[in-house]
Design a protein around this ligand. Structure first.
Ligand code: F6P
Length: 343
């Protein structure tokens, strides 16, 4: 079989482990593995590379994706469906493995409905894809954010400041929640939970009263949609290639409000793409490797239209449709545990 592999959407630590797993397993089973460059765009451009033992040597520990990625939406193009089918046939792909997040899985589902043999591998640092307990990349992002909180702690304490760390998380606050708990945050603001700035200020003031002259707040970028005090118009924002508003900056607004309401000096750090780059953790390398190998087995077993998923400690597969129906928002029991420390 000729298997095409692509990575689509935001990059994510662990992608290269998946590509390596696919290539090694595919090769051992006697299949030809071809890398499609820069996401779905590579199919349109017919940009392909051969994936073999040599091309994937030494990449398990590398961040990013050796295939390149984009947020190119094939079905947003004129005659997109026809072009896509034509390109798949021309490249003589018997099957495609699409490694991506929610947006990419939507595209994979549409491909499946067109009759293209496709399987999905879930990827996002945001950890918001349903059907899988974890996506690779999330653990690395949490690790980086936690280290950032640890570093902010010492400087916050020395200067008696409030420090806000803004992390990624468009619709779900998984990174903020996990890193906030691990780093001992005094307040965690996530898109899932409505919060008033006054409530946050009360926590800061009560800490001050008991002699804690510094505080750490972790906020997910997507929380800007729920802060009643902050009016955001998506139409005024720059868009990414999928047409979604580019987020980032809620922490500046928050810092301003907190300073006004409490008089405490408040500083901001936006972690940005630092949390998405660099070497993956061991957990993400292992998960990526297992997903890669499993996705080849799915193709051999003709489990098309399905996505591999981590359930407990097992890798299973579910219909792609089930993964994209609803986003996996944070477990509110974990948020309740975090709240014990917002005092
Ligand atoms: O991949 C999802 C994500 O990490 C979101 O949390 C964030 O809003 C977005 O990517 C940023 O992506 P880009 O680098 O394309 O602006």
């Amino acid at each position: 079989m000729k298997i095409g592999v692509l990575t689509s959407g935001g990059d994510c630590p662990g992608l290269n482990a998946v590509i390596r797993g696919i290539t090694r397993k595919g090769g051992q089973e006697g299949h030809e593995v071809v890398g499609i460059l820069n996401g779905w765009k590579g199919l349109f451009d017919e940009s392909y590379i051969t994936l073999d033992m040599k091309s994937v040597a030494g990449i398990v520990n590398r961040g990013g994706t050796i295939l390149g990625t984009s947020r190119f939406g094939p079905f947003q193009q004129e005659n997109g469906a026809e072009i896509l089918q034509h390109k798949v046939a021309r490249a003589e792909f018997d099957a495609i493995i699409a490694i991506g997040g929610e947006g990419s899985m939507h595209i994979a589902q549409q491909c499946h409905e067109l009759g293209i043999n496709i399987v999905g591998v879930p990827k996002t640092i945001d950890n918001d894809l349903s059907g899988t307990d974890y996506t690779f990349g999330f653990d690395t992002a949490v690790q980086i954010a936690t280290e950032a909180i640890d570093r902010l702690h010492t400087t916050a304490e020395s200067h008696h400041r409030v420090m806000i760390l803004e992390v990624m998380g468009r619709h779900a606050g998984w990174i903020a929640l996990y890193s906030g708990i691990a780093g001992g945050a005094d307040s965690i603001i996530i898109p899932e939970m409505k919060v008033k700035i006054d409530e946050v200020c009360e926590v800061l003031k009560s800490r001050y009263k008991r002699g804690k002259l510094f505080s750490i707040i972790v906020v997910a970028e997507g929380a800007e949609y729920l802060l009643e005090e902050m009016k955001v118009e998506d139409s005024e924002k720059k868009k990414d290639e999928f047409g979604r508003a580019r987020l980032g900056g809620i922490s500046y607004f928050l810092a301003n409000e907190i300073e006004k309401k409490t008089g405490f000096e408040t500083r901001t750090t936006i972690l940005g793409h630092v949390q998405r780059g660099g070497v993956p953790t061991a957990f993400d390398r292992v998960l990526g490797t297992r997903f890669g190998i499993y996705s080849v087995e799915m193709i051999i077993d003709k489990k098309f239209g399905r996505m591999c998923a981590l359930q407990g400690s097992d890798i299973k597969d579910i219909p792609i449709q089930d993964a994209i129906g609803k986003l996996k928002t944070v477990d509110l029991n974990i948020y309740k545990a975090a709240k014990v420390f917002f005092k």
